[in-house]
Design a binder for this molecule. Structure first.
Ligand code: ZN
Length: 74
């Protein structure tokens, strides 16, 4: 593996974080020494991961709402 820093010639997805490397910004290009066609693009420093939108979880009500645990011994 060898890498160098270059300026992106077009918008390119980052192979590390999946974000877009905007055209004209510096990025890291990584070459696989054994497979020259294999090239990875990465941000010089990937932006913080995007917040994950979580849906409000509404648990289903139990089927038997009048459930009472059995009591042994009396
Ligand atoms: Zn990135």
């Amino acid at each position: 593996m060898s890498d160098h820093i270059a300026i992106a010639k077009h918008d390119h997805p980052c192979d590390f974080c999946g974000g877009i490397i905007p055209k004209g910004t510096k990025c890291r290009i990584i070459h696989d020494d054994f497979m020259p066609r294999l090239v990875y693009f990465e941000h010089l420093s990937c932006p913080p991961s995007r917040a994950v939108s979580a849906e409000t979880i509404n648990p289903k009500k139990p089927v038997n709402t009048n459930f009472k645990p059995a009591v042994c011994c009396g």
